[in-house]
Design a protein around this ligand. Structure first.
Ligand code: NAD
Length: 472
């Protein structure tokens, strides 16, 4: 058996599922002998910014011993062709998915298309008998979620969900404090996430602003946060109640243009964004508008925006922990706060709350840095965790701040998948499709709760049964 076949067999037979848990001993065990051998053949569908940068260029540069890109597919012909240049490789590009799959016969498919289309390619990829890595969210509604779970079961192959936040340095340090029972058994959690007027607004400029494309930010964005909660609490959600409204963006403004580029209100609109100054966005989006009409600098005030910009969610877990979560999208600063109440104490942590930091943070620069999905940045700051046990003084834990993508989670996730899959996993960073599903099911239940004005049971949505102890 050639090493190529051996590696393919390992990939195909990998027992664990999601981000980080892809068991591909061939990738590590045979790493040294791979150079002369054929490599794992990887195809990608969805060659937008996340595909070409994080799963494209970064992977091609860092894991060239283990894999090679063999095909790119996008419904936009221009972006499909551009992928080679952006990723820095040379392979055929397609607009026809089946033609790509039958022509290049990949061992692994990476899905980085618009959220509402993930299920289509995940299911078709599994149908070709290979494992699939998909970007979050797993999908955008419960019917598609069930279809993915069924297809995975039927195929015997695995779907890997790209949860990067779990791997962040600060989140990992918080998980350590909880897992070591510093405050005893958890009873409740407060989690509040603030998107600033740059990052928050960016979701309303394009497809994310329409619920049939991104499933609302309760799914598109909060899937990260709900996954963190599920992981911290180590239990499955059972019931969700939520409020949500659209009060800031969309039709809430008195004026609107067609798009920023030709807007008559650039002097007046605080959210004006000159895309022509952003070389990458011009190349990736503006130059390819002619193929599909995808406008990257759409007006934030357009009438068709139908997602929430303010969300509050209550979640009850199978182990009785209750959660209060909120997400806002037009905060003057970007950051989050979390607090865990336990039987024996409390843990508090936060990130990027400006007055907690010694130096001033420029919110526009902060957003630009976070959007740069390739470079590693040095950062001298520390983040803080306060652990306070009942009747005792508090303990301040300082964690070195990571300025790299998603708190350092981006690179650690990929290393775990492609370089060190066999590494011990004491904090259970590895996640399965079960985790991918439960994180979106909270958002889907929240959406349903807002629409139907009632608490929604997670069991109503798919055949997954919530367990008091999260199953890995
Ligand atoms: N984990 C993270 O932190 C993170 C960060 C950014 C984006 N993402 C995810 O990555 C995915 C891509 O996001 P993005 O920011 O690159 O978006 P994007 O709009 O830049 O790219 C999406 C690409 O998919 C293509 N596409 C859309 N529908 C398609 C279809 N039916 N068939 C084939 N191609 C299709 C578009 O033409 C576009 O090129 C999304 O699912 C998003 O949620 C995750």
């Amino acid at each position: 058996m050639s090493n190529n076949l051996t590696r393919r067999k390992f990939i195909n037979n990998s027992g664990a599922i999601a981000a980080g848990s892809l068991v591909v001993p061939s990738l590590s065990t045979f790493a040294s002998s791979l150079q002369a051998q054929a490599k794992l053949k990887v195809a990608m569908v969805g060659t937008g910014i996340r595909g070409t940068s994080f799963w494209g260029r970064r992977v091609a540069q860092n894991y060239s011993n283990e894999l090679e890109f063999v095909g790119f597919c996008d419904r936009n012909e221009g972006r499909a062709k551009l992928a080679n240049k952006l990723v820095g490789v040379d392979c055929p590009s397609f607009t026809d998915f089946d033609l790509m799959m039958t022509t290049v016969k990949p061992d692994l498919l990476i899905v980085t298309t618009m959220d509402s289309t993930h299920h289509e390619y995940i299911i078709r990829g599994l149908g070709y008998g290979i494992n699939v890595i998909t970007e979050k969210p797993l999908t955008t509604d419960e019917v598609k979620c069930q279809a993915i779970l069924d297809a995975e079961k039927k195929s015997g192959k695995k779907v890997i969900v790209g949860f990067n936040y779990r791997y962040g340095i600060l989140f990992t340090a918080i998980k350590e404090q909880i897992a070591t029972q510093k405050i005893g058994d958890l009873t409740s959690v407060d989690f509040h996430w603030y998107l600033n007027t740059y990052h928050g607004a960016s979701y309303f400029r394009r497809w994310h602003g329409e619920r049939d494309k991104g499933g609302t930010l309760l799914v598109h964005k909060a899937t990260h946060h709900f996954d963190l909660l599920n992981w911290f609490i180590d239990s499955d959600p059972v019931e969700v109640f939520a409020y949500g409204s659209l009060e800031h963006y969309g039709s809430n403004n008195t004026f609107r243009g067609e798009k920023c580029r030709n807007c008559a209100y650039t002097d007046k609109c605080k959210f004006y964004w000159d895309i022509t100054k952003d070389k990458r966005s011009m190349e990736l989006y503006v130059e390819n508008e002619k193929y599909d009409g995808y406008i990257r600098d759409n007006c934030l005030w357009r009438e068709e925006i139908d997602i929430y910009d303010k969300m509050a969610v209550q979640i009850k877990y199978a182990n009785n922990v209750s959660v209060s979560y909120s997400l806002t999208t037009y905060s003057p600063y970007e950051g989050w706060r979390i607090a865990f109440n336990g039987m024996n104490g409390r843990i508090d942590s936060w990130e990027d709350i400006p007055w907690r930091q010694e130096e001033k943070v420029n919110q526009a620069e902060l957003h630009a840095k976070e959007m740069n999905q390739e470079t590693k940045r040095e950062d001298a700051r520390y983040d803080e965790i306060i652990v306070m046990q009942n009747w005792k003084d508090y303990e301040l834990i300082k964690v070195k701040h990571s300025g790299s993508g998603h708190g350092g989670g981006d690179s650690r996730l990929q290393d775990k998948i492609f370089k060190t899959p066999d590494m011990a996993d004491p904090l259970k960073h590895s996640a399965g499709t079960r985790d991918g599903a439960f994180s979106i099911l909270i958002g889907i239940a929240a959406r349903k709760s807002i629409e139907e004005k009632r608490p929604v049971r997670i069991e109503e949505l798919t055949d997954l049964v919530p367990m008091a102890k999260r199953q890995v």
